[in-house]
Design a protein around this ligand. Structure first.
Ligand SMILES: *[C@@H]1O[C@H](CO)[C@@H](O)[C@H](O)[C@H]1NC(C)=O
Length: 341
């Protein structure tokens, strides 16, 4: 018998077997990092289109709502002591936005300002159409596909920002917002104005909607910054802003976090300053859009905001948003930190 020959063959077979086993173990161990089925992967381009559609159908509910009885209820008081109202339109917009997104992307976690009251009509929403072109946003179709894991995504929606002003017929402040955060970082933001219907979006490191213009940097604005603050507590923040940025600071009160961020994005204001607690669905979309134009949103302590699913929905450290000179404005902030609640 030729033992040597058999041994050689067996050696080779053993080696191959061990190698294959090793490969299988390696692949299985790494398996948890890979999607086990294709629906675990989300195409961000598809998600951007869906977010635009969701914000716009929410906007339609907001328009419809104003022609019906608003049925204003109070959710209590905001930290500034202002009334925090909610209307049937907030709810109708929530149902349309939340469940159209949920039905289109069942695996995504979505955080909304409002909640379904277990009513099945709220949950029965159509799947969003993402195959065809969005006429006004054709550039999206020329962008590259980019895939992320569903488990890394958190969607933040605000079905009706500036409800108080909505009930006062100050419609210009009203927006609907959708934001896509990946690993807690805001990447895609959509801000839709229903009155008249206009949509702005930004995809951090990629592109923005065509209607977002370039704004030239004006260094001299540091001498007389135009600062937008909340309309519900203008006096106190105006004082804080002047103390921080100097007596030539021009303070304008306005409503709606979406509206105020867009004012910084389009160069109407240099700084959006917020000194009290604020919720992340008010901030996320604007945070993504300001980053997409190379601006910044941080707390007044200079920290980024974490938009992961399990994070606290409230930001209590104050907010500062700028398109330029963030570090400069931030350096003035220590003066106001002590004034924070
Ligand atoms: C810029 O944004 C502000 C606030 O959102 C708005 O009032 C103003 O009309 C906008 N201007 C332009 C030119 O888009």
């Amino acid at each position: 018998m030729n033992f040597g020959g058999t041994l050689r063959v067996n050696k080779f077979a053993c080696f191959t077997l061990v190698f294959i086993l090793f490969l299988i173990i390696y692949w299985r161990a790494g398996g948890s990092n890979y999607p086990s089925d294709k629906s675990d992967l989300i195409n961000l381009k598809t998600l951007l289109k869906a977010s635009i559609r969701a914000a716009e159908i929410g906007g339609k509910k907001v328009i419809d709502g104003k022609n019906h009885e608003l049925n204003v209820k109070s959710k209590g008081k905001t930290q500034e002591g202002a009334n925090d109202p909610v209307t049937d339109a907030d709810y109708a917009s929530h149902c349309a936005m939340f469940y159209s997104l949920k039905n289109t992307f069942p695996k995504l976690s979505i955080v909304s300002e409002e909640h379904s009251k277990g009513d099945s009509r709220c949950e029965q929403q159509e799947v969003l159409e993402t195959e065809s072109q969005l006429f006004e946003h054709k550039i999206i179709d020329y962008m590259n596909d980019e895939y992320v894991l569903a488990k890394d995504v958190t969607i933040w929606i605000d079905p009706l920002d500036a409800t108080q002003e909505y009930t006062e017929s100050l419609y210009q402040y009203v927006t609907t917002m959708v934001c896509v955060a990946i690993h807690g970082v805001p990447i895609i933001g959509v801000i839709h104005y229903p009155f008249p219907p206009t949509t702005y979006w930004g995809w951090h490191t990629k592109k923005t909607s065509n209607n977002i213009a370039n704004v030239p940097h004006q260094e001299e604005n540091k001498e007389h910054p135009r600062v937008v603050v909340s309309r519900s507590h203008p006096g106190k923040v105006a004082e804080i802003a002047k103390e921080a940025f100097g007596a030539n600071t021009i303070v304008t009160p306005a409503a709606g976090a979406g509206f105020k961020v867009m004012g910084v994005v389009n160069g109407t204001y240099d700084v959006y300053l917020h000194a009290t607690a604020i919720k992340k669905w008010d901030l996320c979309a604007g945070n993504a859009i300001i980053m997409a134009v190379d601006g910044m949103m941080t707390t007044v302590k200079g920290e980024n905001i974490d938009y992961s699913t399990d994070s606290n929905v409230k930001v209590t450290d104050g907010i500062i948003v700028t398109r330029y000179d963030h570090d400069y404005y931030l350096s003035k902030m220590p003066k106001i930190l002590s004034a924070l609640p």
